[in-house]
Design a protein around this ligand. Structure first.
Ligand SMILES: [Zn+2]
Length: 269
């Protein structure tokens, strides 16, 4: 149960419409890194369901994990609502987001989010893309998302907002090609969370549990911050120094909520 602390995979979700991948025929397809550890696949399946249980993902969004056997490959479900994902739905992609073995399966249009972030962030092994609802207002408002309590202390590092218009002008807002994926990864920088204006957000971690934790507590923080603002007074946020001092506690205790979330998610399978 400790592999994820340092070498976990990355996950990413998204949903929108699926498409057959261009240029993904059997000939010319990237080589496989081989079978991934079944426990990693189990965590990836669990992550999909946990995030659905927590209201971070609905019919849309996705979670991915970097392949432990080859840092140039990642694992992501075929296009499917996250709550329905099983081990048999997990596909392998190269970092250009070409499938290793498509077999006619539909793929998430926004999978480039995952591939381009893995290219830009070698230490990242899991990616979540969601449209978690309470976070969306902070991507369109001049009010910044800031850490309101210790559980979301990781937000002290700053929360960039990806403005897709700056990358490509008027679009349908979907990260549907590598160029847009690179622009999003550039906006994310070295942070654990980036908001996507008018769309959703991405969270990244050194392993699946971290990316999931960040996605859940970014959503919770957004709800609490909205509540604090609605009280009408000034809001006293966690200071950057406090956030920095608290962060090691997340790494030290993350196994506790992860075990709970995973048990509940897989029980429902
Ligand atoms: Zn999306």
């Amino acid at each position: 149960m400790t592999y994820f602390l340092h070498r976990a995979p990355s996950i990413l979700l998204h949903a929108a419409r699926a498409s057959m991948a261009p240029g993904s025929p059997a000939n010319g397809a990237p080589s496989s890194a081989g079978p991934a550890d079944p426990s990693l696949i189990e965590d990836l399946v669990a992550a999909n369901r946990i995030l659905a249980n927590q209201g971070v993902l609905d019919g849309y969004g996705h979670v991915s994990a970097r392949h432990p056997g080859n840092s140039e490959r990642y694992l992501l479900s075929r296009s499917l609502a996250p709550e329905l994902v099983t081990a048999g739905d997990i596909m392998e992609f190269d970092l250009d987001s070409n499938p290793v073995d498509q077999r006619g399966r539909n793929m998430y249009l926004e999978r480039y989010i995952h591939g381009e972030i893995y290219k830009a962030r070698p230490e990242v092994n899991a990616v979540v893309h969601s449209h978690s609802p309470a976070v969306v207002p902070f991507g369109v408002s001049s009010v910044a998302l800031k850490p309101i309590y210790h559980m979301s202390a990781f937000l002290h590092r700053g929360v960039p907002v990806f403005e897709i218009r700056e990358a490509a002008g008027m679009t349908d807002l979907l990260v549907r090609n590598p160029k847009l994926g690179r622009a999003l990864a550039l906006s994310l920088g070295d942070k654990p969370v980036a908001l996507m204006r008018g769309h959703g957000n991405v969270t990244v971690g050194s392993g699946i549990p971290f990316a999931v934790y960040y996605a859940i507590y970014t959503e919770v923080n957004a709800r609490l911050q909205l509540q604090a603002i609605s009280l009408g007074g000034s809001v006293n946020f966690i200071a950057p120094e406090e956030g920095k001092l608290y962060e090691p506690n997340i790494a030290g205790t993350i196994a506790r909520p992860w075990e709970l979330w995973k048990k509940k998610a897989l029980r429902r399978a």
